[in-house]
Write a protein that binds this ligand. Structure first.
Ligand SMILES: [Zn+2]
Length: 275
């Protein structure tokens, strides 16, 4: 019997991707963030300062491909992760142009995010937060909890982020979790870690041109969005110094970048307490 002719198929091939601003707007809407509102999330008594509504949590989880079932036995890990995702969409990271022009950006990260901005139709004046979210979403298709991973550890596994158990919010505050999302997503494009100079069993970067550098770049962009006199700005800035200290300890040669100079960082935070 002669084979039946195949029904004609029409392929619509589009060269452009959906605008990257839309998922960002939708997430902000789901989390009821008013235009221009950038609450500073910090950790008070071990609990995140901001409560996320069920709609907001659900939306952020779906947006980032969070496998909720895997987190059933680890509600604190899920909560910490979602607070990090919330900070990513809620905080003021400046504009796309400022982020890409930052002296703290490594060449590969700058080029990759510039291409992403172009593909997503984000202009230089668009919020950098939308670009960071687009980056995380394009490199991580799923985030799941893995019980046998070391506590507080996160890792990148072929387009997936895996997260270990979180036992206290104080140890995994929202800014840190947001920067972990940036770190793991950047594994999709950045150089691999090598051995730490003094700890051969641990994974470090040779300099700030690696994935830890991309994480530090994001934290600094966030710190620049803090305004003097803003609620929690000084404590939140202090939290960013602790985060940068951890990151810089994972870089063999941070060079003379001020991001890895705690005294310079403290001086910056001091100015935020002034009204
Ligand atoms: Zn890593």
């Amino acid at each position: 019997m002669a084979p039946k002719p195949l029904a004609p198929l029409v392929f619509l091939i589009t060269a452009c991707q959906p605008p990257a601003i839309e998922p960002w707007h939708e997430a902000r809407q789901a989390c009821e963030l008013a235009e221009g509102e950038h609450p500073v999330d910090t950790v008070i008594d071990g609990r995140p300062a901001l409560d996320l509504s069920p709609e907001c949590s659900l939306h952020l989880g779906e947006l980032l491909g969070v496998d909720r079932e895997s987190f059933e036995a680890a509600p604190l890990s899920l909560e910490a992760l979602l607070h990090g995702a919330h900070l990513l969409v809620a905080a003021d990271f400046g504009e796309v142009g400022q982020l890409l022009a930052s002296p703290h950006a490594s060449t590969w990260a700058r080029q990759h995010l510039a291409r992403q901005a172009e593909r997503g139709g984000l202009s230089d004046r668009a919020p950098a937060s939308a670009l960071l979210l687009a980056h995380v979403r394009s490199e991580l298709r799923e985030i799941r909890f893995v019980p046998d991973l070391e506590q507080y550890a996160a890792a990148y596994d072929r387009g997936r982020m895996v997260l270990g158990e979180v036992q206290s919010h104080e140890d995994q505050p929202p800014l840190w979790m947001a920067s972990v999302l940036m770190h793991e997503a950047s594994h999709g494009v950045g150089p691999e870690h090598g051995a730490c100079r003094d700890r051969p069993d641990e994974a470090c970067d040779a300099d700030l041109d690696g994935v830890y550098g991309a994480q530090a770049w994001m934290i600094e962009a966030w710190r620049q969005g803090l305004q003097p006199g803003q609620a929690h700005a000084e404590e939140a800035c202090a939290g960013s110094v602790s985060d940068l200290t951890v990151i810089c300890s994972m870089v063999n040669n941070p060079g003379d970048d001020l991001l890895c100079d705690p005294l310079a960082r403290w001086r910056v935070c001091d100015t935020l307490g002034q009204r």
